[in-house]
Design a protein. Structure first.
Length: 81
């Protein structure tokens, strides 16, 4: 499974979204379940899926899927697969 597919599955599962609701441009304001508990859930999901544990500051600063990809790219995780 590619890293893009892993991220897509992570977002869908974490925020209980339908396939049609996902895009790689998705932002927090578009996701009702991306609240304070969602911030914790996505941080845990990132660690479980990609092996990188975001700091609390990093996790709370994530404003959407592009920010998650940028954070992970900084940690050497590629999304051009």
């Amino acid at each position: 499974m590619s890293n893009q597919e892993k991220l897509r599955c992570l977002i869908l599962d974490t925020f209980l979204l339908e396939e049609c609701e996902f895009s790689f441009e998705l932002v927090r304001e578009q996701v009702e379940t991306w609240d304070s508990l969602g911030v914790v859930a996505i941080a845990v999901g990132i660690k479980d899926t990609f092996g990188y544990h975001p700091t609390p500051e990093e996790a709370s600063a994530l404003a959407g899927v592009p920010d998650i990809m940028t954070l992970l790219k900084r940690e050497g995780i590629r999304f051009d697969d």
